[in-house]
Design a protein around this ligand. Structure first.
Ligand code: PMV
Length: 324
């Protein structure tokens, strides 16, 4: 008898060229392609088991039963898997993060990547990586990028079929580290699902999107040639552009706190004085500081001295989502 159970592990990722805004909110088809790096050492582990005894899907995150909107989002993804497998059973989904929830690290990318992989496996489907990346995308756009290995590009595609992520370089290609300066551990005020929907209300979004192919090309080349200076300039520019769109949306989204700006200024000063560091910021106040892996501890220590910075988490380039 088939067991209908599988466990998968996946990491969050940090975007270097950001995804902000959809051309189709339901299918999470983005208005621009994006590039990211998986974060090794941080992970979500998810077990999906389809069981005849269940009347509805159940979701347990870090030991707590979760219902409402989060469960609906999980069930919607499971419905696609059930349809693909011709399976009627409801599932129990048990998910745990090894990083503190509420530490301000976006957990949805790792969560939906692990869910997509575990659910397809549990349902007996042997889908290719591209199909699992598309499935993960339905739960959270950035989750599509946590499926392939290392440095990853999510192609905007022309529709649902070709909007998935692919690896552009394996993790060992470039020994980079991400030092995450935690400025606020609180939950973000406006989640990314609502944020994406607000993106077109900013008059700056059209310019950001029109210029995206240029930034993608520069970032891709900087990664492939391990050109830190070019990489630093383009990721800071891209992050600043996304935040300019956020700040000029209606209603406006301000994610930065005073310590966020203090870290950004420090990083720019350090780079001027010859240190290889670059910042990027997602939909929250915490600052991701990229640096060569060898400098990881020194950079983390420097960040920890900035007033307003609490914990500093560090990660290196990580592998793909995998079945355990
Ligand atoms: O995948 P979502 O809907 O949580 O959106 C992620 C948005 C950003 O983190 C701000 C940018 C990105 O590309 O990851």
């Amino acid at each position: 008898m088939t067991t209908h159970t599988a466990t998968a592990q996946s990491s969050p990722n940090i975007a270097f060229i950001k995804y902000w805004g959809n051309r189709d909110n339901a299918l999470r088809l983005p208005v621009n392609g994006s590039i990211s790096m998986n974060l090794e050492g941080l992970y979500t582990r998810t077990t999906v088991s389809f069981q005849p005894s269940l009347g509805m899907d159940e979701l347990i995150i870090n030991g707590h039963e979760v219902t409402g909107k989060s469960l609906e989002r999980v069930s919607a993804l499971l419905d696609v898997v059930r349809q693909g497998a011709g399976l009627g059973l409801r599932a129990e989904v048990v998910s745990d993060n090894n990083f503190p929830t509420g530490a301000g690290i976006a957990s949805s990318a790792a969560a939906f990547a692990a869910l997509a992989l575990a659910a397809t496996k549990a349902a007996g489907l042997d889908w290719p990586e591209s199909a699992i990346s598309r499935l993960a995308r339905l739960g959270s756009g950035s989750a599509s990028r946590s499926i392939p290995s290392g440095f990853v590009e999510w192609q905007m595609g022309s529709g649902d079929e070709d909007s998935f992520a692919v690896s552009i370089a394996p993790p060992e290609h470039w020994a980079l580290a991400d030092c995450v300066a935690i400025v606020s551990a609180g939950h973000k005020t406006t989640g990314s699902t609502e944020g994406h929907a607000l993106a077109p209300t900013s008059p700056l979004q059209a310019a950001r999107v029109a210029d995206a192919p240029r930034r993608l090309e520069i970032c891709r080349q900087a990664i492939l040639t391990r050109d830190f200076e070019a990489f630093a300039n383009i990721i800071e520019h891209d992050s600043d552009m996304m935040h300019a769109v956020m700040m000029t949306s209606q209603p406006a989204l301000f994610y930065w706190q005073p310590a966020t700006l203090a870290v950004m200024q420090a990083v720019r000063e350090w780079r001027k004085s010859g240190r290889q560091v670059a910042y990027t910021i997602d939909a929250g106040p915490n600052v991701h500081v990229l640096c060569p892996q060898a400098a990881r501890e020194a950079v983390a220590a420097l960040l920890g001295q900035i007033p307003g910075v609490g914990q500093v988490l560090t990660a290196t380039a990580g592998g793909p989502a995998r079945i355990l």
